[in-house]
Design a protein around this ligand. Structure first.
Ligand code: DGL
Length: 273
């Protein structure tokens, strides 16, 4: 099965597109809702939590795991790829969302870019670095958006507080660079409040979500890597796990836009592996 990991609900906004784009590929989703948000944690905490999630998904038999989380991709992906996989799981792969989104920006758009993301993603400078490698002349302005993931996890998607925070962050971004033409929602939770962002940004600014980008790039990756594709079950199974014991299935179904049933799992045993 293909593993999809996020700190919480956000990854569902990517999973939906992957399931639509590659309907036969069986997927297992893990949301670490009990530990969300990751975006205000230290680099080491994000690495340890992400590693536990990846180990859980490997244990479910996933040959490939997608970190459908910018924060985990920024703060844990490289270390997992360089330090953990070669030693413990040489046949498995873990991919993130920063590289596909940066490639997409480079391939499709020409103009100043704005990035809205969690404090940890902004602190890592992952987008600034990745875009600089692909398009050194592109101006990247970034604003950290603390508090939004918490509100989304609590289901307060169109609350006054959510609108106020989004307005504050988008205004800061435009003040930083009034020439911005494209804004990337560089946190997989943010597409769940896409309409709130759209309302707050001037009409001429194109607002970009990552779900379809990641799904398209994953398809290209699997077309190029047939040996990985051959290891993925193609019977269209869908499994959903969460680390919280609170039943979040209704909320998750709303975000996934189809009914889903979460199974609770603890990641405790992966602490000591
Ligand atoms: N959805 C995640 C991201 O893309 C992380 C949000 C969080 O846990 O802070 O960054």
């Amino acid at each position: 099965m293909l593993g999809i990991f996020d700190s919480g609900f956000g990854g569902l906004s990517v999973l939906k597109h992957i399931n639509n784009r590659l309907p036969n590929i069986s997927t297992v989703f893990l949301g670490d809702n009990a530990q969300a948000p990751y975006g205000t944690r230290s680099t080491e905490e994000i690495f340890q939590l992400t590693l536990k999630g990846v180990r859980f998904l490997f244990q479910q038999g996933c040959p490939l795991v997608i970190l459908a989380c910018n924060t985990a991709s920024s703060e844990a992906l490289r270390r997992i790829q360089q330090e953990i996989l070669p030693v413990e799981f040489p046949d498995r792969r873990v991919l993130g969302v920063i590289r596909p989104a940066s490639e997409h920006l480079h391939e499709r758009y020409d103009g100043d870019v704005g990035i809205l993301a969690t404090p940890a993603t902004i602190r890592s400078e992952s987008y600034a670095k990745e875009v600089a490698k692909l398009a050194p002349n592109t101006s990247v302005s970034q604003v950290a958006c603390p508090g939004l993931v918490e509100l989304i996890e609590q289901g307060k998607c169109d609350s006054e507080q959510t609108n106020e925070l989004v307005s504050r962050y988008t205004n800061t971004l435009i003040e930083m660079n009034p020439q911005i033409e494209y804004v990337l929602l560089a946190c997989t939770h943010y597409p769940l409040i896409y309409d709130v962002f759209r309302k707050q940004l001037p009409d001429h600014i194109k607002l970009i979500s990552q779900g379809n980008i990641v799904a398209d790039k994953l398809k290209e990756y699997l077309d190029r890597n047939k040996s990985i594709l051959a290891k993925l079950n193609q019977d269209g199974q869908r499994l959903f796990y969460t680390t919280t014991s609170i039943d979040l299935s209704d909320q998750a179904s709303m975000f996934y836009q189809s009914p889903i049933q979460f199974t609770h799992t603890s990641l405790q045993k992966y602490d000591i592996l």
